[in-house]
Design a protein around this ligand. Structure first.
Ligand code: BES
Ligand code: ZN
Ligand code: ZN
Length: 483
């Protein structure tokens, strides 16, 4: 999509359709419009359109003026406006125009300019809402918006906002594409190639193959990979925007989770292609950080593997040892994400990181607890946790902290090894994190469980059904605040 900023009044723009945001009560029609148009708007009955938050109304102008077609979008009450409402309004308005087959659009920024928020927030929702995944269909749907003109003075601040918003939206789309891709194509090898495609000056990518992983002592990660014919790939991406010690981001990258020999029920198993959404979020965040040239040092680790019940698969009860030597009794092969992340945490320590953040579709219990509304968060460093909480509020990828009571340690006691990879069902959300905590030890660390939020079953204002791309904007916000 071609996005431009033009200092034009609304009636003098030559677009196919104009988006006109209004406050509740249809307030905020720009003065540049002729009285006939203003009358038309105020004459719309509230039943038709009252500009409540989320309402849209498409009109072909009866007063014969330009632009001919106007999409009104409600922002609700001025005093109740939030960035999220603005984002949602952008998503709704632009999706509506897309479904009408309109390709050349202008957005009036006059009203948004009178608030404390940037028109780029509206744009963010708009761009994210345009996402589609046509790759596997022969019949492609509507073309989508080709040209978007923001009607505002092109200040350098606004230009910057728009440019970075476009980069962020591209990174979210990149992540969504990876997650939506079915597991027969999205293999560990394919994920590694996707990571390699991000290479650019300042951003390096390397892949640790099975043999080297073995020499590094990654027994937990390799135990997960052992049931599949596809070779695992431990993917390392590094963006060096500063010389400081790095922030390490670990993304769960199980490209398909059948459960292994602890096989999952068939109902819903097809969804387990999204078990690499954490890895996709990490790649998206690193891609955006590099594109924006953020002054930070970030390393992304993606222990990519399938979890299948092949002939050489790990068996329940097997004992393996992780990086650092801790032994793990694998009581359930479906609790595989934590095994891959345990080795990634062990590997991360060699970088002497200032912080480690892992992001993973780790537990069904997370979905049961929060539905699709929050990311579960646990960790061992108050400052990092608070910063993540703030990043969640700013991006509206909200996180909610859960406890790591020391009593949970007992839940993971093994009769044979140092630790067991599952507890006893109860407290499953916390025990999964506690397991990781036993590997993070003193390293400042935050865990994010995105099992409930990484996939959406219904269209949302700026999130079409399917992969949500959650985590990209959260991690990016978190990185930005890292001083
Ligand atoms: N990938 C799943 C978690 C998951 C479930 C993500 C549903 C998204 C939606 C994970 O590997 C898993 O299977 N976890 C088990 C752990 C259990 C065996 C302790 C679970 O949550 O059931
Ligand atoms: Zn599993
Ligand atoms: Zn899994």
């Amino acid at each position: 999509m071609n996005i431009r900023i033009r200092n034009l009044s609304e009636p003098s723009c030559a677009c196919e359709a104009l988006i006109l945001p209004l406050f509740e009560g249809k307030k905020g029609v720009p003065h540049s419009f002729p009285p006939g148009f203003r009358k038309f708007v105020s004459g719309l009955s509230d039943g038709v359109f009252s500009a409540k938050h989320g309402e849209v109304f498409f009109a072909v102008r009866p007063d014969a003026g330009k632009p001919r077609q106007v999409l009104f979008v409600g922002l609700g009450k001025r005093e109740e406006l939030t960035p999220e409402r603005l984002r949602q309004a952008g998503g709704k308005a632009m999706s509506q125009l897309r479904s009408l087959g309109i390709t050349d659009v202008a957005v009036s920024a006059s009203l948004i300019r009178t608030t404390q928020f940037s028109p780029a927030v509206f744009l963010e929702g708009g761009l994210l809402g345009q996402y589609t995944f046509p790759r596997y269909r022969r019949e492609k749907d509507a073309k989508g918006i080709r040209t978007l003109t923001i009607l505002a003075e092109p200040s350098s601040a606004l230009k910057n906002d728009v440019r970075s918003t476009a980069e962020v939206a591209a990174a979210v789309s990149f992540a969504r594409d990876l997650v939506n891709t079915p597991a027969n194509d999205m293999t560990p090898g394919h994920l590694a190639r996707a990571a390699l495609s991000l290479k650019r000056p300042g951003l390096s990518v390397s892949v640790i193959e099975r043999d080297r992983a073995r020499r590094l002592g990654m027994g937990a990660f390799l135990a997960v990979a052992s049931g599949s014919h596809k070779p695992p790939k431990f993917i390392v991406v590094e963006y060096r925007g500063s010389k400081k010690p790095p922030l390490v981001l670990i993304g769960k990258s199980v490209t398909f989770d059948s459960g292994g020999l602890s096989l999952k029920p068939s109902d819903g198993m097809e969804k387990m292609k999204y078990d690499m959404a954490g890895g996709a979020a990490v790649l998206g965040a690193v891609k955006a950080a590099a594109a924006l040239g953020l002054p930070v040092h970030v390393i992304g680790l993606l222990p990519a593997t399938e979890n299948l019940p092949g002939g050489s698969a790990t068996k329940p009860g097997d004992v393996v040892s992780a990086v650092g030597g801790k032994t793990i009794e694998i009581a359930n092969t479906d609790a595989e994400g934590r095994l891959t992340i345990a080795d990634a945490i062990g590997y991360a320590k060699r970088f002497r990181p200032r912080a480690v953040v892992d992001i993973a579709t780790l537990t069904g219990a997370c979905t049961i607890t929060f539905g699709a509304e929050a990311i579960a968060m646990m960790g061992n460093d108050r400052k990092l946790l608070d910063r993540m909480k703030k990043a969640g509020e700013d991006s509206y990828e909200r996180v909610w902290e859960m406890p790591l009571f020391e009593e949970y340690r007992d839940y993971l006691k093994s009769d044979i090894a140092d630790i067991r990879n599952i507890g006893n069902r109860i407290g499953g959300l916390m025990t999964s994190a506690y397991f990781l905590y036993e590997f993070a030890e003193k390293t400042p660390w935050v865990h994010l469980d995105i099992a409930g939020t990484a996939w959406t079953e219904k269209d949302k204002p700026y999130m079409p059904k399917g992969a949500s791309g959650v985590g990209v904007r959260l991690l990016l916000n978190f990185i930005k605040e890292l001083k």
